[in-house]
Design a protein around this ligand. Sequence first.
Ligand code: EPU
Length: 430
Amino acid sequence: MDALRIQGGSRLSGTLTVDGSKNAALPALAAALLCDGTFTLRGVPPLQDIQNMTHLLSELGCDVHVNGRDITVETNDMSKVHAPYDIVRTMRASICVLGPLLAARGEARVAMPGGCAIGDRPVDLHLRGLKALGATVSLEGGDMVLRAPELRGTTVFMGGPFGSTVLGTANVLCAAVLARGETVIESAACEPEVAFLATMLRAMGADIEGEGTPRIRVRGVSKLNSVDIDLMPDRIVAGTLAVASAITNGDVQLDRFPLDHLLAVNDRLAEAGVHIEQIDASQPPDCCSVKITTDRRLRPILFTTQPHPGFPTDLQAQVMSLLCLADGNSIVTEKIYPDRFLHVPELARIGATVIRQGATVVVQGVDELVGAPVMASDLRGGAALVLAGLAAQGETLVRRIYHVDRGYLGLEDQLTALGASIERVDGGPM
Ligand code: EPU
């Protein structure tokens, strides 16, 4: 099983380009099921989750062609409506096909996703939203079965106990574009990936306004046409690379950086002494070149994860690694997934002083981290351990790196290009 071996202590420098966004690509690819023509998404990183999604689309009767980083999808069999457990258990985001299948084919049969390392991830809001549009919902042999000969527009409320739902909003949006009449999605997720989906659907002929705000208005159309669109940059990869620069006190330039999508992170990092500055004001702030510079001493900060435009849960672990080296006590509170702290005991193995109480972690900054063998248990927590390893004295071995590979394409190659000493090795059995 692959592991990453890191010799910490190298100061990163150089320039990297941020990859396309996995979390925008997954619902966008699922929306190819709505397309009455040729669907092309460009600049998609060939990550495992992307391959899982293209495999699922093939199972659902689509011809999928991958040409480098460009993916083309055409539907040839509308009778397939089943996303089986074999695929869903490898990728929870398979649930993205629920809304598109229901809207385009009148029926969706998607295996109920099971447990998840980062905590409870219910799907009640997805189902409530699609029911409101007229679907019947039943559970058959572990599959959610939704049927609706015709979807009808209405007002759908997508808020839940932890805020809105990103993929739930995507599902309802995809169903509403072909529903009869007008749908108003209240308490819609404002994440940039949802806004990207809306922009793409509009390019296919959908009538949508308000994306990126909590109220999205959709007027149903009878069909959606071909589309050819470039994928947006990945704000979580961008933030992770920015922390990699900061934690090594590096001097890194990042191109295709979605600064506008990371304003809460930028604000907190600036308070800690990490400055992300746009280099050329003529570039759009959602895709620009930035320079990362870091003050000699990092200051402790407080941050709380929240739905967008708040601080994203998907960067909580990585920024926590950075704060392990700040000059004082930081407080990190997780409001989206209160149990998303699998990285905490592993950070302690590298010498961090991290004390968890419920959904809050107190990080007492230390002067140095000390390399050790550690284990990734989830995607972002695993990335956080790699970052900590970059700063630690001596050797860190991050095992179970397949978790990290789900969301970062060749992370070791990218970090090597910036001067890190990191290599992929056989980490032995589980
Ligand atoms: N929730 C419910 N009911 C639902 C759905 C969600 O209560 O029906 C709760 C969740 O338990 C959570 C909160 O609502 O507390 C937000 O979950 P959300 O549905 O927004 O998560 P998601 O759409 O399943 C996406 C990303 C996650 C990211 C979250 C939050 C993709 C493929 N996944 O998941 O990304 O953490 O939004 O921003 O887009 C990752 O990339 O590492 C990752 C986990």
